[in-house]
Design a protein around this ligand. Structure first.
Ligand SMILES: Nc1ncnc2c1ncn2[C@@H]1O[C@H](COP(=O)(O)OP(=O)(O)O)[C@@H](O)[C@H]1O
Ligand SMILES: [Mg+2]
Length: 444
């Protein structure tokens, strides 16, 4: 490049002014979920306050047009009128975190919901962080004990793995998450309850966890009746809390219920500010946000701990082709599928082992464990494939030795896969049970 051209460009650059940050503005429109303000040029993501006829409400900048700033309230909209003043909120950014979070229930902003007073925090961390360089992450190389035998033995999860838990409603997701919260070998369990009914949040905390179990858990709740922004933040806050504990060197189990509700919250916001819908009503930003959220979990670098994560994905009408389920399957390292049929027949946890897979299992278990799991799956599949014939009485014993074996082994395999709600089955015990079962199944 010639010097004259360079100096010309430098000259041009000087002429482009940086936009001034004009803070105070006023509302001109309020339609559906969004408020439109003029006169406030605040960065996207910043907080502001809208003065109402009888007080104020908080809102966040979610987008902008040529002269318009789109705001979305984080609380119930009441008392706003055309011309309501919009002022920036000079609040400290980020989330207050510290060991004081243990045992607490907080909302998407980190505020306590449990009535136990303020959360003791030691530092503030940003809620949106650049992703970890994939090359500095520690590889996933050791198994994680989740306290659930069907997972420990047949769908072994590695420390730092990100799994999906795919299921329709009412098939036992919450119970399974509760079992892991209790039984997993983790230093800290962070649970994000997003878009659930308020009653379920209470049930999860009070019925599923005992006071001692709550001691090592942090629950972030953003139930269905909160604003989409709060639901979005609920997920991000849960991940941020998990990151904080990971950065302290701890092994964290992160449970997000549900990733689908997170996607739906983003859909509500994006559609409200005018982003066009793409796949089944989901705008493109949804499919950008999902991997960004999921990538934040996983192993840290050498001196950090880990985040092993389970994200529940709703399969409405048990439809596995849902765009969110599809996207999730592509970005997660495996999935546990819960089957309504199993749940209906009283088989709990209703894990469909034929449809479930942990992609890192071969990396984290011994060759022997892998062979045993494979053998149990084979025999189980043989039974499932011939189930109709067997139950109809159309199969005569002695016709096929493989089917005979499957029929004989079926009760034992089902017993291996089932587990009571309050029962914790550690990793070694799970392996011993499977080894015993597989020992009787031969080589196949
Ligand atoms: N391991 C289990 N043992 C016995 N019953 C279970 C088990 N898991 C789930 N259930 C039954 O299934 C019901 C629904 O489970 P839940 O976890 O609330 O479903 P979801 O969260 O998927 O809507 C529970 O109320 C319980 O009766
Ligand atoms: Mg539930």
């Amino acid at each position: 490049m010639t010097t004259s051209l360079l100096s010309h460009l430098q000259q041009l650059q000087k002429q482009v002014p940086t936009p001034p940050v004009v803070a105070a503005g006023k509302l001109v429109r309020g339609i559906g979920l969004t408020l439109e303000a003029v006169g406030c040029q605040l960065p996207v993501g910043s907080q502001c306050m809208v003065q109402t006829v009888d007080g104020e409400i908080e809102a966040e900048v979610v987008g902008f047009g040529e002269h318009i700033t789109y705001l979305m309230p984080t609380e119930a909209v009441r008392g706003i009128v055309p011309g309501s003043r919009v002022l920036p909120l000079n609040r400290e950014s980020g989330l207050a975190v510290g060991l004081g979070l243990l045992g607490r229930v907080i909302d998407g902003n980190g505020q306590p919901l449990d009535g136990l007073g303020p959360v003791e925090s030691t530092t503030r961390v940003p809620t949106v962080k650049p992703p970890i360089n994939p090359l500095t992450r520690r590889p996933i190389d050791s198994p994680m004990d989740v306290g659930v035998r069907a997972i420990n033995a047949l769908n072994t999860v590695g420390i730092g793995q990100r799994m999906g838990l795919f299921a329709g409603s009412g098939v036992g997701k919450s119970v399974l998450l509760g079992m892991m919260t209790r039984g997993a070998k983790a230093d800290v369990v962070v649970v994000g309850l997003v878009g659930e009914r308020g009653r379920e949040v209470k049930e999860f905390i009070h019925d599923i966890l005992t006071p001692e179990e709550r001691e090592r858990a942090v629950v972030v709740a953003a139930p269905a009746d909160t604003s989409p922004l709060m639901r979005l933040k609920g997920c991000e806050t849960a991940v941020t809390v998990a990151e904080y504990f990971r950065d302290q060197g701890m092994n964290v189990l992160l449970l997000i219920d549900s990733l689908t509700r997170y996607a739906m919250a983003q859909r509500e916001i994006a559609l409200a500010v005018g982003e066009p819908p793409a796949t089944k009503g989901y705008p493109p930003s949804v499919f950008a946000r999902l991997p960004a959220l999921v990538e934040r979990a996983g192993n840290g670098s050498e001196n950090q701990g880990s985040i092993t994560a389970f994200y529940t994905v709703l399969t409405e009408g048990d439809d596995l082709q849902d765009p969110i389920a599809d996207a999730a399957r592509a970005i997660l390292d495996g999935h546990i599928v819960l089957s309504r049929q199993l749940a209906d027949s009283g088989h709990y946890p209703a894990i469909d082992i034929e449809a479930s897979i942990s992609r890192v299992m071969p990396q984290v278990v011994s060759e022997e464990h892998l062979m045993q799991a494979r053998r149990v799956r084979q025999v189980y599949s043989t039974y499932q494939q011939n189930k109709d014939l067997i139950t109809l009485g159309a199969y005569t014993r002695g016709t096929d030795p493989r089917v005979d074996l499957a029929i004989n082994a079926e009760p034992a395999i089902n017993a291996l896969l089932q587990q009571g709600m309050k029962q914790v089955l550690p990793y070694d015990e799970s392996l011993a049970s499977m080894a015993q079962l597989a020992g009787g199944l031969g080589k196949g």
